[in-house]
Design a protein around this ligand. Structure first.
Ligand code: SF4
Length: 271
């Protein structure tokens, strides 16, 4: 586990500096039929296409993220691995992070919230602000997750995520490849979701066949795992992300499309 000191993409960001880079990414995306490719070929393509050190597989240690770590390590791909530590994760997640590092002999970079931003937020709104309104929950997610993720993304050209279409209604159209903007810059990043079209049954079969480590909270009824207050177990007939911010489930003022998103996967989302 490494506490990171990111190197940024550029000290300056003149208007035209990223045009060629962005066009190159768009051409790459157009030239590859990612939708027809399975997860491992997508990972392989990313490793072959971008410079070493410029591709990160970012995981919160759910099924798809760990399955892709397994695939990448088994295939000998040179990727970086990273996670966002909100400082509010379950104790099981911290232990599992070390288990995954040991099992695959990899170093997982850890990105954490900025101390000043965090202290300012808590001073102003309290530790449990996320109970008070959707806006304050999103603010907490911005400080604890999205901002650290932005620091990570400044250091890469390609971001691999474990998003899948079957996780929620919001995610049902998730593309396997897309460009997203780096916050505060015109630079774009290629985001890949290699397991977008994997259903849970296929994923569980892959995990069982390959003895991929499973986050221990799955055995306690969790289907989506985040911070310890904001993620809870779900029942059999609930959406996989129904356990996230459960206290908002019956609030019909909240847009159901975004109700279960923290902002990490909403491009250029900021409040
Ligand atoms: S999941 Fe909850 S505790 Fe974690 S960052 Fe979001 S609002 Fe804050």
């Amino acid at each position: 586990m490494t506490q990171t000191q990111p190197t940024t993409s550029a000290a300056t960001d003149p208007v035209h500096e990223w045009d060629a880079h962005n066009e190159h990414l768009a051409t790459l995306l157009d030239s590859q039929d990612l939708e027809s490719m399975d997860a491992l070929p997508v990972l392989q393509w990313a490793a072959d296409t971008f410079d070493v050190g410029r591709v990160v597989l970012s995981t919160s240690f759910q099924y798809s993220g760990v399955a892709m770590i397994h695939m990448a390590v088994e295939a000998g791909l040179q990727l970086r691995y990273a996670t966002i530590d909100t400082l509010r994760l379950h104790s099981e997640t911290y232990a599992f992070l070390r288990d995954v590092e040991a099992r695959y002999d990899i170093d997982i970079e850890v990105y954490r919230p900025d101390a000043e931003q965090l202290q300012g937020m808590v001073r102003r709104f309290g530790e449990y602000l996320f109970f008070d309104s959707k806006t304050l929950q999103q603010y907490c997610c911005q400080v604890r997750k999205v901002k650290p993720n932005e620091q990570l993304l400044k250091t890469v050209d390609c971001w691999i995520s474990g998003m899948r279409r079957d996780q929620s209604d919001y995610r049902k159209d998730t593309a396997k490849g897309m460009t997203v903007g780096e916050y505060g810059s015109r630079r774009q990043i290629l985001k890949l979701n290699p397991m977008a079209d994997w259903g849970e049954d296929r994923l569980l079969a892959y995990i069982a066949e390959n003895d991929v480590p499973r986050h221990p909270l799955y055995d306690q009824g969790y289907k989506s795992i985040g911070c310890f207050v904001c993620s809870t177990p779900v029942s059999a007939n609930e959406d996989q992300r129904a356990g996230r911010w459960r206290w908002f489930n019956s609030d019909d003022r909240i847009d159901p499309q975004e109700a279960k998103e923290c902002g990490l996967h909403i491009p250029m989302y900021n409040i």
